[in-house]
Structure formats: structure tokens, C-alpha cells
Design a protein. Structure first.
Length: 342
């Protein structure tokens, strides 16, 4: 649920009778939301909570509200329009994912600075001092800074070799009039958003390439620095003519050999298989996920009917409405009350 609080102030010399505030939204099923504001005393300042359930991602302009009040008998009403222009971004929904199988870096929570903490057995250079985190080892406490600040402080180190993750998202040839295509496209976006959310807990750099109507390329930066920009790109992404294959040459220049690359496509046809196979042949750990329109149009996926060539370097994993993302991505289910290990 999204809370859109509204501050109401009675600046008159008389108490204010109850009134209704209306506002139109483009991201909820009810296009017009009305909220009753109880009577306000003289000079009263009250914040009214307005809970809405967004069902459509995107960037929306909120322009005005309408305030409607009436007489005691309820025979007449007076309405006033107030301009309150502002922008609101609705990010894609996410699902909780388990262990991505990335190795050492996934077992460590990333500190708020975005820089990894020292770990025994790894060569690192001193970076600075920061506050203690429960996952830090006692051996890295900086006692002089701890005494000066009055709280535990630890030495922070720069990791010499940091994991780089690449995420490719296809957005080509999606028919908005085809329900299956639209649902498959949205499912692919939710998968990528869930991956980015999960990677926030991992010491890694992130490289992003999205196709569609407006291609997006973000070169390697720490995932915490790329987080907001990536989610904004996903929130505003629309399908178009450019597939992820057109971004491969640019992406691979930012990806060290051996990097983990997530490919999320809307098709498993020969052309897409060739691009995925090329990435694998270049030495990348490719993880390929497919959201096909026919699976979402029918309501269930039938991967056992899909032809897999023995020449395929990477076997695709298929998304479907009936299977959780954690099972598809990690081979497990993560319930809403489970805690994901960082």
C-alpha cells in the first residue's frame, strides 16, 4: 500500500465542517479517490492518511485536488479546485529472492557506505574508519576511534577483486494489445527489480542494459550507487524495437570475463539463443530467464514441451504466473515471513 498523506489546516476563525477531498490517479484501479476529512477546530493542523494500492508502475504527474463541502442539511455543496503539481514514481513490485549462488560476496551484508568490509584471507587496502556492524569481526575494531567517538568503530578496507554482475532485459516486439505479451513483459520487469533488490545485500558492481523504446545502458558502478537509477529506468520502461542483443557489444566492454550475467528475454527463438550463446562463449556465467507471452496468456507454463537443442550453451528457465520467482531463480520458495540471509 502507498500512503499519500494530505495536510489540512483550518486557518479560519470558525470550526470547519467535515468535507471531502477528491484526487485523480493514473496508477490505481479507482481513478478517483475520495477521502472524508472530519471537522477541524479553529487553527487545527491535521495530517490525513490516504492509502492507495498502485497496480501500474510508471512516473505520474499529480496536478490538483478538489475540496467539496456542504451545508448542514446536505442540500447544497460547494467545490473548490486547488493546484498541487508534483511528480510521483511508482516502482515495480518485487519478490523476495533467496541465495543467488554468487559465492563469497553474497555471504556478506553490504555496509551503508557501499564499500565491503575486510574479511580474513583476502588481500585488501585500508580505506577508512566507520561504525561497527554486527557482521564485523572484533579484530577490526579501531580502539582509538572507538574511545574518541564513544561507540564501536572498525577499520574499513577496499576489496581488491569485486564481483561484477550484468543484467540484460529485453523489451522488443511486445504488443500492448496482447494480454499475454503485456503480462510477460511486466513479469520480466518484476524479475529484474527483484534481482536488483536482492543484489543490494551483495558486494558487487552492477552493469545494466535494457532494450525497448528507449534503451538504457549503465556501466559498472557499486550496486548501491546504481540502485535508484536502475529502479527508475524499470519504472518508466516501455516496449519498443530494440532488443537486448543490440546492447551486447557495449555491455561486454564493462564486464570482466567470468562475470555473472542475467539475461531476461521475452523469447527463446534462435536469434536470442545465439546472443546468449555468444555471451557464454566469451567466458561469462550466463543465467537465462524467458517470459513468453503464450505462457502468460494460457495461465500456465509448459517448459517440458519446449525444444532444447543439445548445442545450447545455456538452458533457459521459464517464468510463469503459477511459479514463484524464487523457485525459478534460486530453486527454492521464500515465504513472506522468512528472513533472507545476506
Amino acid at each position: 500500500m502507498l500512503d499519500l498523506p494530505l495536510r489540512c489546516v483550518n486557518g479560519s476563525v470558525r470550526p470547519r465542517q467535515p468535507f471531502i477531498v477528491y484526487e485523480r490517479f493514473g496508477f490505481t484501479r479507482e481513478k478517483r479517490l475520495g477521502v472524508v476529512v472530519p471537522s477541524l477546530a479553529v487553527g487545527e493542523d491535521r495530517v490525513i492518511s490516504r492509502l492507495v494500492l498502485p497496480f501500474q508502475r510508471g512516473m505520474y504527474r499529480l496536478s490538483r485536488i478538489q475540496v467539496r463541502g456542504g451545508d448542514v442539511a446536505g442540500l447544497f455543496y460547494r467545490q473548490k479546485t486547488i493546484q498541487l503539481p508534483q511528480w510521483l514514481v511508482v516502482y515495480p513490485s518485487t519478490e523476495r529472492l533467496g541465495d543467488l549462488g554468487l559465492g563469497f560476496g553474497e555471504m556478506n551484508l553490504a555496509p551503508m557506505s557501499g564499500r565491503p568490509v575486510n574479511a580474513a584471507g583476502f588481500s585488501q587496502d585500508f580505506y577508512g574508519v566507520r561504525e561497527y556492524h554486527p557482521s564485523d569481526g572484533m579484530r577490526f575494531i579501531h580502539w582509538r576511534s572507538t574511545a574518541r567517538r564513544g561507540k564501536p568503530m572498525v577499520r574499513e578496507f577496499e576489496r581488491n577483486a569485486q564481483l561484477t554482475i550484468g543484467i540484460f532485459l529485453d523489451g522488443q516486439c511486445v504488443s500492448e494489445s496482447d494480454v499475454g505479451s503485456s503480462l510477460a513483459f511486466e513479469s520480466a520487469i518484476i524479475l529484474v527489480a527483484s534481482l536488483v533488490e536482492r543484489l543490494r545485500l551483495v558486494h558487487c558492481n552492477l552493469v545494466v542494459g535494457f532494450g525497448g523504446a528507449k534503451p538504457v545502458f549503465l556501466d559498472a558502478r557499486p550496486v548501491l550507487e546504481r540502485y535508484e537509477e536502475t529502479l527508475l529506468s524499470l519504472a518508466t520502461m516501455v516496449p519498443g524495437e530494440l532488443g537486448f542483443g543490440a546492447l551486447v557489444d557495449e555491455m561486454v566492454t564493462a564486464l570482466p570475463t567470468g562475470s555473472v550475467v542475467y539475461c531476461v528475454t521475452l523469447s527463446d527463438k534462435a536469434g536470442v539463443r545465439d546472443v546468449v550463446g555468444e555471451l557464454s562463449s566469451r567466458g561469462y556465467d550466463v543465467r537465462w530467464f524467458v517470459a513468453r507471452s503464450k505462457d502468460f496468456a494460457s495461465g500456465k507454463s509448459k517448459p517440458h514441451n519446449v525444444f532444447h537443442s543439445s548445442d545450447d550453451a545455456v538452458a533457459p528457465r521459464y517464468l510463469s504466473p503459477s511459479t514463484s520467482l524464487s523457485r525459478v531463480v534460486c530453486g527454492e520458495d521464500v515465504s513472506s515471513d522468512e528472513e533472507v540471509a545476506g
